[in-house]
Design a protein. Structure first.
Length: 106
């Protein structure tokens, strides 16, 4: 959400994904995809820079979120050691087992 100031000095937050166009007549008019129009005191250039900063912040969070510890794959190794508690599946680092998994069942 980005903050904009209405003509009555009231602060309002808009979802930048819903903005269709920003017009600068003497006043700045923001048109949303649902047809709503808002007249604001902010200039079009400052609104556009807020939208760019908003999207950059989302992209930055998306790329940083993948490196968090709690998103790691900690429990994967337990599936390589046993197959339903019956037999051990041999591990081949870097390559796959030569036979399909379903044909290894006895």
């Amino acid at each position: 959400m980005i903050p904009v100031t209405r003509l009555d000095k009231q602060l309002m937050y808009l979802n930048p994904d819903h903005i269709i166009c920003i017009e600068e007549t003497p006043d700045t008019v923001i048109t949303l995809f649902n047809g709503n129009r808002y007249i604001v005191t902010d200039r079009a250039g400052s609104i556009i820079s807020r939208v760019v900063a908003f999207r950059a912040r989302i992209s930055r969070r998306a790329t940083l979120g993948a490196t968090k510890k709690y998103l790691g794959r900690n429990g994967v190794s337990q599936f390589h050691s046993t197959l339903h508690g019956e037999e051990t599946v041999p591990e081949f680092p870097g390559k796959h087992h030569p036979t399909p998994f379903h044909s290894r069942d006895n």
